[in-house]
Design a protein around this ligand. Sequence first.
Ligand code: PEP
Ligand code: MN
Length: 348
Amino acid sequence: MANSGRMFRYLIAGPCAAESEAQVYETALRLFALRDDFPCPLTFFRCGVWKPRSAADAFCGAGEEAFPWLRRVSESFGFQVCVEVATLQHVETCLRNGVTTIWVGARTAVNPFSVQAVADAVKGNGCTVLVKNPVIPDLKLWLGNLERFEKAGVEALFAVHRGFADKDERLYRNAPMWEVPVALRVARPDIPLLCDPSHIAGSRDLVRQVAQTAVDYGMDGLMVETHAAPANALSDAAQQLTPEALLEMLNVLVYKSQSQNPDDLLRRQRDLIRTIDGQIARLLAQRLSVVEEIANIKREHNIPLVQPAQWNTVVENYRRHALDDSRFMEFLEKYLELLHQYSLRMQQ
Ligand code: PEP
Ligand code: MN
């Protein structure tokens, strides 16, 4: 280990999907061979059996046939196997086959009926449950899903951040929107929070930088898609790492020191500010595009550019949401003046 400092408590690795007995076995064997070099024990071997795919004709997993392959992995290497479930039948099939660690995927996580059905199915079975964020950035929904499992008596509960669908995201497959997992951490510091950099990145070469940001935010672990021959994978081929590449990545990550010295505290605030500034920039761009629409309507209908009464309602709206602080109000007024001038220029 090249790095000192706070290492992960949890590491989950394994293929996106079970494709064949040989593929599952070889991936597990190579992870097993590297286990002593990982910065923390391999907590679970992940492996999708039923895959939720967008295209109707895409590979949707080997299904029930894969369970003997998974049993072989857990018997040969002592790995605790973890499978995605979306229905009562999925949970029953897992339990029948001795798999008691399950995760709820991002697509299922948007549907409270489905999540409740899974929660009801695991009740009283001593399952370990990982709950991915829903594909939409709805913190309440993610929290509510976790609570459904708490209410079902699940004690070993994890949250997994895998990013959010966002048509404006240019770099990654899914927008990380780090502010959402940060808010989850603030609301529920008691639930271990992992990051799935594979589904955020969407491509192998970006997995490491997402994982590093997850470390920087002090997340408790990673779930990384790992495949014996990623380029030949039947799903998510572009983002999976070989077991060896996973080890290499874990060894170059810079783990944070555990000490809470002022520098560390400052770094966290700066990270937060960067995230907030990103949000402000995106919101401003959104606002300006609405201003453009307004300009078009005004042009079409011959409406004058400036309508003071309307602008006053904008100012009043800001005041209502602002802090009750005179210096802040002074700043806000200057900012609004600039914003108004800029909007008018855009409309001309
Ligand atoms: C997966 O982990 O393979 C998966 C389908 O993930 P998500 O639900 O995050 O898209
Ligand atoms: Mn996948």
